[in-house]
Write a protein that binds this ligand. Sequence first.
Ligand code: DHB
Length: 285
Amino acid sequence: MFLCNAAGCKCTTWGDLDCLLESEANAVMTKSCTLSPRDGNKHPKYHDDGVHSINSNGLENLGYRSYLDWYVQRKDKLKERGKTFILSVAGRSITDNTHILREAAKVGVERVELNLSCPNLDGCPVSLDVCMYRDWLLAILYGLPVSLKIGLKLPVYCNPKDIITVANMVKTLPAVDSVTCSNSLPLGLVYRDGEPVLERILGGCGGGDTMKAVVLGQVYQFTRALGPDSGVDVVMCGGIRGGRDVEDGMKAGATSFQVGTALVVRGSSVFHDIWAHLEGDRFSP
Ligand code: DHB
């Protein structure tokens, strides 16, 4: 079971990643990276008022090479602390993704979360168009180094047929051993004092009870669509504030957990609290 940060949350800079290395998360996930560094969208691009968490970051990241450099420099420490490194990859084209995955494997990265569901770029996220998603995945994963295990960061699918189609496709892709449910809900809009809170107006909504209910529904449906012997884990991401949410996720079929908004709000003590809850000693001093 992995318990770690959600891609995008407190994982953009080397300082962020060093904090995660010191935390009680048992994996460290990077910001979704692209071939070249990106500044992302203009500020304000994140808003959280305790009810709504909405972002339009625009894939601000240091570029994949910097995250691989961090990994190479911290490899021994990661091992010492028993932490898995997960490179979140959001290349803007098939060839960008293929290149990043190959370079990652060359330096010994074993696990990647492929994120083709970012809601904050122009146009439809590739993974929402399930035919296009299949074409991209087949092309990206063809000839991939066998050492690399791939998780897929999925969007919220509102059409149950898409869930069946994606689950059946995933079962035919040997490199894919997990699906993460789910990325933030796209195209949200929050006003404060009559003004949109984001410079780009629209953004991805995450965190909170509604997101948790949506994500549990996705976890539940993917668990059933994949079936018991698929060898594909379902990862819950969204609306996790503590151990009770993780317990609910387990009931729905999730075996790993990623914390987003709660990590931004409360810091890495959230990992401690979740472990304590799961170990049943949450009432100890
Ligand atoms: C961004 C947002 C996401 O939800 C995601 O999965 C990747 C990137 C962003 O805006 O940077």
